[in-house]
Design a protein around this ligand. Structure first.
Ligand code: PLP
Length: 427
């Protein structure tokens, strides 16, 4: 058995084999340079066309190009009619802005534990979290696996709640053949560096509802009712932000969008290799893809089964040792979130706009508590997981996925030999 790289052995994945994301070709360069040559840089023709093309690609009636996924989420909160002191349900494990977007509108996030298998909101726990103040649910299609939207929409209809899909990680992911962002009332995508469509920074708000589109448009651009390409009256009709994005970014987005379906296919091929090669490895809990769901493998996230390997110490210590051993083999895995959302200071300290708002607002926060121990599945996941993105992305193909699997197999075969304290610098 070969010696682990962390103990001085030869690493499995040679330096330079895993290539950077996203691939840039002549299409990207030509479109970005053409945008530079056009004097309309602030929300120019590429920004407009990117909205149209994205809406068409995803199957939405309306799309608004934003400067981040967080902006698109905030627009969704406002477009859903959420106001100060309202409650909005959200998963307990996600990126911070899946929940801070609720605070942005002076509303109160109410967390729901995750389902350990899917890492998504536990749909069976949604109804118990609904209060008379609840107006909406933010569902996050985490790591590229869609939430069961049939069940969510049934609950939402029953309780007259709006549903905002956080599809920031889930471009192209499907539930029963439907694309994320088309099943709820509105959706948000991110185009940040690591996302399946990368423009450095950027995002897209999508909806099929004209009224929600018009509301979202106001929040997006100074509270105005018209876009910069319509004849503006420069009047703030509502509380507005400046969430627009530049033409240059729009041009790059259009170029990347042309390649999205090809990227998706590659991610699926690479994910399939990992699923096949890593199946049955002792101590490794693989990501799931339930029947009816099509994963985009944005982030291939695994968990360590501490019981299966007989680890009695702190889960995060073993997890960190394994992660470092994999890194030494050249497998770029990382911890995605080291805190669950209710454990983040902004919520725990009820520290949003200051002076206790929105929780102190006319009793809106009475009874609302943020205690990490109320979310046991999220905690268990948080301390035992690690994941990776770039090795599954173009231009990396199945030869890379095979090597990544080889690195995993090597480390997990030797897992009981890892000196956890030494690797973590504790002795
Ligand atoms: C699940 C999720 N929601 C929201 C966001 C926010 O997107 P952005 O960074 O574009 O604001 C991200 C990404 O960072 C994310 O992963």
């Amino acid at each position: 058995m070969s010696k682990l790289a962390i103990d001085g052995g030869k690493r499995v994945i040679p330096e330079g084999m895993i290539r950077d994301w996203p691939p840039i070709d002549d299409t990207d360069k030509q479109m970005v340079l053409a945008s530079l040559d056009n004097p309309k840089h602030a929300f120019g023709p590429n920004s407009v066309e990117f909205q149209n093309e994205f809406a068409q690609w995803n199957g939405n009636k309306f799309a608004i190009f934003t400067n981040s996924g967080t902006a698109a989420l905030h627009m969704g909160i406002f477009a859903s009619g959420v106001g100060a002191g309202d409650h909005v349900l959200v998963t307990s494990y996600s990126w911070s802005s899946s929940a801070t977007c609720i605070l942005h509108h002076n509303a109160i996030p109410i967390f729901v534990d995750i389902d350990f298998d899917t890492i998504n909101i536990d749909v069976s726990k949604i109804e118990a979290a609904i209060t008379p103040r609840t107006k909406a649910i933010v569902v996050v299609h985490l790591h590229g696996l869609a939430v069961n939207m049939e069940k969510v929409m049934k609950i939402a209809k029953k309780h007259k709640l709006k549903v905002i899909e956080d599809a920031c990680q889930a471009h192209g992911a499907l539930f029963k053949g439907k694309k994320v962002g088309t099943m709820g009332d509105c959706g948000a995508f991110s185009f940040n560096q690591n996302k399946c469509l990368c423009t450095g920074e950027g995002g897209m708000f999508v909806t099929n509802d004209e009224e929600m589109f018009n509301k979202a448009k106001m929040l997006w651009s100074f509270g105005e009712t018209r876009t910069p390409v319509e004849s503006r009256d420069y009047h703030a009709y509502a509380l507005g932000w400046m969430y627009r994005c530049s033409d240059l970014v729009g041009a790059w987005g259009r170029a990347q969008l042309k390649k999205m379906d090809g990227y998706f296919k590659i991610q699926r091929e690479n994910g399939a290799v990992l699923n096949k090669k890593l199946k049955g490895v002792k101590g490794l809990i693989l990501p799931t893809e339930p029947t009816g769901h099509t994963h985009n493998w944005y982030n291939y996230t695994v968990r360590i089964d501490m019981d299966a390997i007989g680890w009695k110490g702190k889960p995060a210590e073993m997890r960190d040792a394994v992660r470092k051993a994999l890194n030494a083999e050249g497998v770029p895995v990382g911890v995605w979130q080291s805190f669950i959302l209710p454990d983040m200071t902004v919520f725990k300290a009820k520290n949003a706009y200051g002076r206790g708002c929105p929780w102190s607002c006319k009793g809106a926060g009475d009874g609302v508590e943020y205690k990490a121990e109320n979310y046991p599945n999220a905690l268990k996941h948080c301390y035992s997981h690690f994941g990776m993105t770039v090795p599954l992305r173009a231009p990396n193909r199945t030869d890379v996925a095979e090597k990544v699997a080889e690195g995993f197999l090597k480390v997990f075969e030797n897992i009981n030999k890892l000196d956890v304290e030494k690797i973590n610098g504790m002795k």
